[in-house]
Design a protein around this ligand. Structure first.
Ligand code: ZN
Length: 144
C-alpha cells in the first residue's frame, strides 16, 4: 500500500512540458491524451479526425459549437511566422538582390513549404487554440 502511494505521488508530480505537449498535439488539460485519432499528419484522409473527449482525462475538445473557427487566427499567425523565419534565413544564407531572381525563388519555395507543412500547421493550430481556453490541471490525469 505504501509503495503504491509513493508511485502515485511521483506520477502526479510529473508535469509534462507545455511545448512538448503542444508539439505532440496533446490535451491541454492533462497534457497526456491525444487530440487526434491518428499520429500521422500526412495521412490526408484522417489527419484531422479528432477524439471527441480526451482519452486520458475526459476533457471535451470541441468545448462549444464552432469552437474550431478561431483556429484560423492561429493558423494565420503560424504561417506568417514561417514566412518571416524563412525570409530571415534566406537573407542571411543566400541574400536578396534586385539584379536576379533570388527574391522570387524565396517566394516560390516559401509558398511550396507552406503547402507541404499545412497539415502539421492545421493540427498545431487546434492544439494551441485549445491551450488558450483549457488550462493545465495537475489533477486531471487519473492516477494509475
Ligand atoms: Zn486530457
Amino acid at each position: 500500500m505504501c509503495a503504491v502511494n509513493t508511485v502515485n505521488a511521483q506520477h502526479s508530480h510529473h508535469k509534462p512540458a507545455l511545448l512538448g505537449s503542444v508539439l505532440h498535439n496533446k490535451c491541454s488539460r492533462c497534457r497526456r491524451g491525444d487530440l487526434f485519432v491518428g499520429h500521422n499528419p500526412y495521412n490526408l484522409k484522417t489527419f484531422m479526425q479528432m477524439n471527441e473527449h480526451c482519452p486520458v482525462c475526459g476533457q471535451r475538445f470541441e468545448i462549444e459549437p464552432g469552437f474550431w473557427y478561431g483556429t484560423g487566427f492561429v493558423s494565420y499567425a503560424l504561417s506568417v511566422a514561417v514566412c518571416v523565419a524563412t525570409f530571415i534565413a534566406w537573407k542571411v544564407l543566400i541574400g536578396f538582390s534586385l539584379d536576379d531572381n533570388r527574391l522570387f525563388w524565396w517566394m516560390g519555395l516559401n509558398g511550396l513549404l507552406l503547402v507541404v507543412i499545412q497539415p502539421v500547421l492545421m493540427r498545431l493550430s487546434r492544439t494551441i487554440w485549445l491551450n488558450f481556453f483549457v488550462r493545465y490541471d495537475p489533477l486531471a490525469a487519473p492516477i494509475v
